[in-house]
Design a protein around this ligand. Structure first.
Ligand code: GCU
Length: 621
């Protein structure tokens, strides 16, 4: 397949790269279905009928093909129908409707075109401090999202950097409205990130949320935004978090700050998404009491019932920060009287940066196995997209976006099914094999990177590559506290008390090292290297074994990929192969650095006699 600077087909190789014609989701659906059936060589007629009002649809094949559904439902139904025909799969029976009403994607793009934690090129929306996009590419982007049911997008970084703070002003709104016009054709609506201190930047004396002028200011911003984008969803805010201003700057509470913004949006039916990533990032590493993963629950749980009904608290899947392995955030179980959104991260910040393969749907399985999907009302994910021709840098990372769309639609985690669907669509000649490679990838990565739930052993800032003490003496509150005897943080009831934030059975499981899942053992417990694990191995031996195994498996993944030559389009095959080569080297590096680190502390040799640490280069023949 030839590269196109406009963005590849991703998992929709049966649709033409040209822009579908239409002025509504219904007309786009007609165009996509017509072209898709033609490309699939299916000569049946397809009828589309709009019934109802929403995203739901029903498919049938009674001689003719039929898609019936709400105005956006017919578009989702059409894409689903094409994908089923392509895979030769059965049509679903009855009405199909999404679990979550908003299935969002949060980009972290800056207006200079850089993407915070972006690993696939530059922004699709901004360039040179302007709103700037390629219309064709946005059509393709929107089609790709709509094909998996994503219906809401925030283009800008939650760390709002100038001039993005002025995006919700007349200077930029006409351009943003043009973006919204294209997205609307695919049933996608916009959210915008806002800066809490915008009133100050705009010349007001304060941004205090209880100040009358500040309230009026935000009402005007909301009014103007809705004038340009009538179906605007609302604002997304990162406040009092990692150097961002917020209500605390004015001695106010988070309900006071959030409700004020929500009230400005209320007349238009708007929503305010308020991130809960709030913790002390100026911690002293010598302070054993302050424990970062405890912070969000401690702050927000007592505030249940105090937020307006159009405020939604947006909570990361884990209590720390998108690490390879984390327990589910306890805040997701709390606050029954408050609306919540689950935030996942597709951008592979800590999971290989789209160089190493990491299929994330398996990670989300942890969330959904403990948290019933209806604990949260909305779902979002930090985007892994950029303007690289293949969208995601690593071609196989597209599977993460696809699986997220499916997860958000069904409110259910089914990594095997989503991997297979994606792989069969993207690589019809090697679907099963590619799906299997994806499914093995997170385990492999976790083994060579993250010992038993310890996180943050990465190089500071970039968050890539091994650096066991990278954050150990810093202010970010992310310590593993390894010494000669022990490693890990005691977060049980006897330690920092994180386990006490969980409901009954989960609390009991995490609190007791004898039943705590191995993969979270050092997240919750501080244990001696000689601690005997359930499988009879010592803790230190398990660390060594995992790392050797992980490095070996990374090599195997590359070898398995090589067997697919000829079954995968040549340029994709080569691109992915290059990434696997890099991954193999990375895995070796991780293995050697982490194992050496623990060997130096513990002084305990590997029971299997493998070489740890510096070794003589192979002798010349
Ligand atoms: C992480 C990430 C930051 C990001 C932050 C957030 O800390 O490294 O780049 O801004 O999460 O979620 O707000």
């Amino acid at each position: 397949m030839k590269h196109t600077p406009k963005g590849t087909h991703a998992w929709l190789p049966y649709l033409p790269l040209s822009i579908p014609q239409g002025r509504s989701p219904f007309e786009i659906a007609q165009s996509e279905l017509r072209e898709g059936l033609k490309a699939l060589g299916i000569s049946k007629e397809a009828k589309i009928e709009v019934l109802g009002t929403g995203d739901e649809y029903e498919l049938s094949d009674t001689g003719d093909l039929q898609v019936r559904g709400g105005p956006t439902g017919v578009l989702y139904g059409s894409y689903h129908l094409l994908s089923l025909l392509k895979r030769g799969a059965e049509l679903p029976k009855g009405v199909v409707r999404p679990f979550y009403p908003l299935r969002m994607l949060n980009h972290w793009d800056n207006m200079d075109g850089e993407i915070e934690r972006g690993y696939a090129g530059r922004s699709l929306f901004f360039r040179g401090n302007k709103v700037s996009f390629d219309r064709e590419r946005i059509h393709r982007y929107a089609r790709m999202l709509a094909s998996v049911g994503i219906n809401a997008v925030s283009p800008g970084n939650v760390n709002v950097k100038p001039p993005m703070d002025f995006l919700i002003t007349g200077k930029y709104l006409p351009e943003i409205a043009k973006l919204a016009d294209i997205l609307r054709l695919y049933g996608i609506r916009l959210l915008l990130t806002v800066e809490f201190n915008l009133p100050l930047a705009a010349g007001l004396a304060t941004a205090d949320p209880l100040d009358e002028n500040v309230m009026r200011f935000w009402r005007e911003r909301a009014e103007e935004t809705y004038r340009h984008i009538p179906d605007f969803i609302g604002f997304l805010v990162k406040a009092d978090s990692e150097h961002r201003a917020g209500p605390f700057s004015y001695g106010r509470t988070h309900p006071e700050g959030a409700n004020m913004l929500a009230q400005a949006l209320k007349p238009y039916g708007g929503k305010l998404f308020w991130r809960c990533f709030v913790y002390n990032h100026n911690q002293d590493w010598r302070d054993p009491e302050t424990d970062r993963p405890c912070a969000a629950f401690m702050h927000y749980a007592p505030l249940d019932g105090q937020f307006d009904d159009n405020v939604i608290l947006q909570i990361k899947n884990g209590p720390l920060d998108f690490q390879v392995r984390e327990p589910v955030s306890p805040l997701l179980f709390a606050m029954p009287g408050t609306k919540k959104a689950l935030e996942l991260q597709l951008a592979q910040e800590y999971t290989g940066q789209q160089v190493d393969l990491f299929y994330q749907a398996k990670q989300w399985q942890d969330v959904f196995s403990l948290l019933s999907a209806d604990r949260v009302q909305f779902i979002t994910a930090v985007s892994n997209l950029g303007d690289d021709p293949n969208w995601t840098g690593h071609d196989l990372a597209q599977a993460n976006l696809f699986a997220y769309g499916r997860t958000a639609w069904y409110g259910r985690s089914d990594p095997e099914q989503y991997a297979l669907e994606w792989a069969q669509l993207a690589f019809p000649c090697a679907g099963k094999e590619v799906a299997d490679i994806l499914l093995h990838s997170p385990d492999t990565y976790e083994k060579y990177v993250s010992p038993l739930g310890l996180g943050f052993m990465v190089n500071p800032n970039s968050h890539y590559g091994p650096s066991p003490d990278g954050y150990e003496y810093s202010s970010w509150g992310t310590y593993h506290r390894a010494d000669r005897e022990k490693v890990g943080v005691d977060r049980s009831a006897r330690g920092t008390g994180l386990t006490e934030q969980y409901p009954g059975e989960i609390r009991a499981m995490y609190d007791d090292p004898a039943i705590c899942p191995d993969k979270l053992l050092l997240f919750f417990h501080r244990l001696p290297y000689g601690h005997v694990m359930r499988d009879g191995r010592t803790l230190i031996q398990r660390i060594y074994d995992d790392h050797f195994e992980g490095a070996h498996e990374a090599k195997e993944l590359a070898l398995r990929w090589k067997t697919l030559k000829g079954l995968i389009p040549e340029d994709t095959f080569e691109r992915v192969l290059t990434r696997f080569d890099r991954q193999e080297k990375n895995a070796r590096e991780w293995c050697d650095v982490i194992n050496s680190f623990f060997f130096r502390f513990s002084g305990i040799p590997d029971a299997k006699g493998r070489k740890i640490g510096p070794s003589k280069p192979a002798a010349h023949p």
